[in-house]
Write a protein that binds this ligand. Structure first.
Ligand code: 0L1
Ligand code: MG
Length: 263
């Protein structure tokens, strides 16, 4: 159930999307709309998605966010969230991320699942996800909350497409049966120095649990994850702030590396 009118949803979608497209900060929207509900927050996100599609952008994947207990407590929120990935968010492996197009980007080491059959919640579990997975591959997410100083609550961040801004995928694809997903290690380096390390279980105890949660959350809106979906599972490591000129590399156990540079 929502408390905002259709025109308020549209205005807030334009407000947040303009902040994304023109790279400026805004205050969290619940300051001005304290009665907004989670349904309102998702309606705003889906309206931003609709506006992009109307302009000809393609939606190329989905991301889960705030999927580690450490990150939820760090950001002061109590549940994971999801967002969509538009075509222009994609940066090629080894490529350059333009810092000036973003506000205060941070990078996160993630994994992506690519599905081969549809997943529709409710009731999707880890086993369903593993059976539905075509392959797993490494991914790095560049998050860039549009909120000043990354200060938000869960409703505000959902409306802001869960801070999605850029992503990079690459490395090596693998079958889930060839991976020990819970123990899969990642090492993040910035300018050649190790800044974060982690293992797959940091994400909701098992990376596939994140994809299951996404299917179940989408199911609440009558939506599904179609076959061929690219889904980023959320951060295995803490998010690390990056500056113009920084180069980064994430090494994934059994899955190769992804690197790039902020210019
Ligand atoms: O985990 C994430 O991808 C981040 C989701 C939004 C929260 C944040 O901006 O830190
Ligand atoms: Mg993320």
């Amino acid at each position: 159930m929502g408390n905002l009118t259709k025109s308020q949803i549209e205005e807030l979608a334009i407000h947040l999307e303009n902040a994304e497209l023109e790279a400026y900060e805004v205050t969290k929207i619940t300051d001005d709309f304290p009665d907004m509900t989670y349904d309102d927050a998702f309606d705003i996100q889906w309206e931003i998605r609709r506006r992009k599609e109307e302009r000809g952008n393609k939606i190329v994947g989905m991301k889960m966010g705030l999927t580690s207990w450490a990150k939820m407590s760090q950001m002061g929120v109590e549940h994971p969230c999801y967002g969509f990935l538009a075509d222009y968010f994609s940066v090629p492996e080894g490529g350059e991320v333009k810092h000036d197009e973003l506000i205060h980007p941070k990078i996160e080491a993630e994994l992506a699942f690519v599905t081969k059959v549809p997943l529709k919640g409710p009731g999707i579990h880890i086993g369903d996800v593993l059976r539905a997975t075509d392959f797993v591959m490494p991914a790095i997410e560049v998050i860039d909350s549009r909120y000043k100083d990354f200060k938000f609550d869960l409703k505000s961040v959902i409306a802001d497409n869960s801070s999605s801004s850029r992503f990079i995928t690459g490395g090596r694809m693998a079958d889930v049966s060839d991976l020990d997903l819970k123990n899969l290690g990642v090492v993040m380096e910035i300018n050649g120095e190790v800044v974060e390390v982690g293992a797959g279980a940091a994400v909701l105890g098992h990376p596939a649990a994140s994809v299951a949660m996404l299917a179940n959350m989408l199911g609440e809106r009558g939506e599904e994850l179609p076959a061929g979906s690219f889904v980023m599972i959320g951060a295995i490591t803490a998010a690390v702030q990056v500056n113009k000129g920084d180069s980064f590399c994430v090494r994934y156990q059994d899955l190769g590396t992804i690197s790039g540079k902020f210019v």
